[in-house]
Ligand binder design. Structure first.
Ligand code: BG6
Length: 502
């Protein structure tokens, strides 16, 4: 069904943002809601109520959001439609731990709505306040669905480890059902991430070779050019495994490795993802030395707010195995880091080499294996690399790419921000692109022992790397040990030279 037809079915809705004076509301949430409004995809009777500790008036709240639109979304002057939209933006200062403030919130909601209305409660406050907010909502019956649906959206990080994620899930289940809880992983809102499923399951030619018989290994790279920026307070001590692997990289892994669900429903999809996470072979803390690399960019310890002796990893690489019929023995190499040479997210499937080479080739020549690269950002598309014959030459071969780029294929159509899709899905009650409680706990169960290994006595050395590089040399050695190399297949290049063949 089209988004527009879905929007017709929605009715009066209030979007409450806890932590509304922060960065996320300004950069992402309200701009996404404004864009949805401009596309006619929000109900007519719609409002935002910001709730945060800063003692702002509604006017100050709106001004802050306007600055955000200008600073982050290149709006030099605000369009007419913003004036209309901003009338629906309200603000209530309050303390997340104060029951009186939750009574005021309940009163304010009734006054603004003037009748039955659906409500989204968006947790964009610092995560240490999540338990207070859950309690406040529960104690004031704000999640009872007698006059409209009530949905909670929770930003990451969802816990700091398995135990804290489990506690948060338990607290949520005391006041709400799983069907009311939407745990965000913004990677799932990215169009190209969703396209992984379309690519795999709407085409019949790839599925038969998508397994251990044909796939040599899989690489998942999420490389960032930015450093820790102004987020040291959150990031230092958290590090790349909790910040990126527990959520985004493992989500990508599940999409690549899962079995085809029988239908495109939230539970069918999430059941298959859960099966993948259950099949991931655990890495015990003492095994992290051989199965992972941890790195830190030079200059990280001098960043404002970072402990000068910090051991926090800003780069990580892992070798994981998925112990099931389809993937037994196929390594999945995952890596992510900050201050790397390029911003690039891609999934690369390296297929096995032909079993027999009949062409006359020089003794030291090797056939390059086929590569399929799913380019998730920034140059969204797909590359398939295969061998061709060099003309006017007896048997020389060269690797060529067959390429698809979103930017060319859809007439320059802008790819919407992940949050637009996710917020709309929340309002439509579609949880397919959100993380279920059991999934999040399984993901923590995979990364907790790795993090423990990294913090323990048998940790792999913390390898330093230059800003603007592809990470520590140890990450290349790690791959070379397996007879492989990291490859960027999306318009990029291999950081370690040409593709190596085993
Ligand atoms: C966030 C992490 O979840 O994802 C950040 O907390 C990271 O550290 C960001 O920079 C990357 O997201 P994107 O969409 O820019 O790839």
């Amino acid at each position: 069904m089209s988004f527009d037809r879905l929007a017709e079915r929605a009715n009066a809705t209030t979007f409450v943002i806890f932590g509304a004076s922060g960065d996320l509301a300004q950069r992402k949430l309200v701009p996404a809601l404004f864009s949805l409004r401009s596309k006619g995809r929000l109900p007519t009777d719609f409002r935002v109520l910001g709730f945060a500790t800063r003692p702002w008036s509604a006017e100050e709240f709106r001004r802050n959001l306007e600055e955000g639109l200008k600073r982050y979304h290149g709006q030099t002057s605000l369009p007419e439609s913003w004036v209309e939209f901003s009338r629906h933006l309200h603000y209530l200062p309050g303390n997340f731990a104060d029951p009186n403030d939750f009574s005021r919130l309940a009163q304010e909601l009734r006054a603004l709505e003037g009748g039955p209305a659906n409500r989204v409660f968006y947790f964009a406050a610092p995560p240490r306040y999540y338990p207070d907010i859950v309690r406040g909502l529960g104690e004031h019956q704000l999640l009872s669905e007698s006059s409209g649906w009530r949905r909670i959206v929770i930003e990451k990080p969802f816990g700091r480890d398995l135990a804290s994620a489990h506690d948060l899930n338990r607290a949520l289940y005391e006041v709400a059902g799983e069907d009311q809880v939407y745990r965000i992983d913004h990677y799932l809102g990215k169009e190209t991430v969703q396209n992984v499923l379309v690519f795999r399951f709407a085409n019949s030619i790839f599925e038969p070779i998508w397994n251990r018989n044909y796939v040599d290994h899989v690489q998942i790279t999420v490389a960032e050019q930015l450093g820790v920026e102004h987020r040291a307070k959150y990031y230092d001590g958290v590090g790349v495994v909790r910040d990126m692997f527990q959520n985004h990289l493992l989500q990508l892994l599940t999409l690549v490795a899962m079995e085809p669900p029988s239908s495109f429903t939230a539970d069918a999809l999430r059941n298959e993802k859960v099966k993948v996470l259950r099949a991931v072979r655990p890495i015990a803390p003492r095994e992290t030395k051989v199965n992972s690399v941890r790195g830190q960019y030079l200059g990280y310890r001098e960043e404002p707010g970072v402990d000068p002796n910090s051991e926090t990893a800003t780069f990580g690489a892992l070798r994981l195995f998925v112990d099931n019929w389809r993937w037994q023995g196929v390594p999945f190499y995952l890596r992510s880091g900050k201050e790397l040479r390029e911003k690039a997210t891609e999934v690369l499937i390296q297929f096995k080499c032909p079993p027999h080479v009949m062409f006359p080739m020089a003794a030291d020549a090797e056939i390059t294996p086929n590569l399929l690269s799913l380019c998730l950002q920034p140059d969204e598309g797909i590359h398939l690399r295969f061998e061709v014959k060099v003309p006017d030459n007896q048997a020389e071969m060269r690797s060529m790419d067959m390429e698809f780029h979103y930017r060319d294929a859809f007439g320059g159509m802008a790819i919407p921000e992940a949050y637009e899709r996710l917020l709309l899905d929340v309002m439509q009650g579609d949880a397919s692109l959100f993380v279920r409680g059991d999934q999040i706990e399984l993901a923590w169960g995979i990364v907790d022992p790795i993090q423990a290994g990294w913090e323990g006595e048998q940790a792999p050395a913390l390898s330093m790397y230059e800003r603007g590089s592809w990470g520590p040399a140890a990450a290349d050695t790690f791959m070379a040990h397996d007879g492989r190399a990291w490859i960027m297949g999306c318009g990029g290049h291999s950081p370690s030279g040409p593709v190596r063949v085993r």
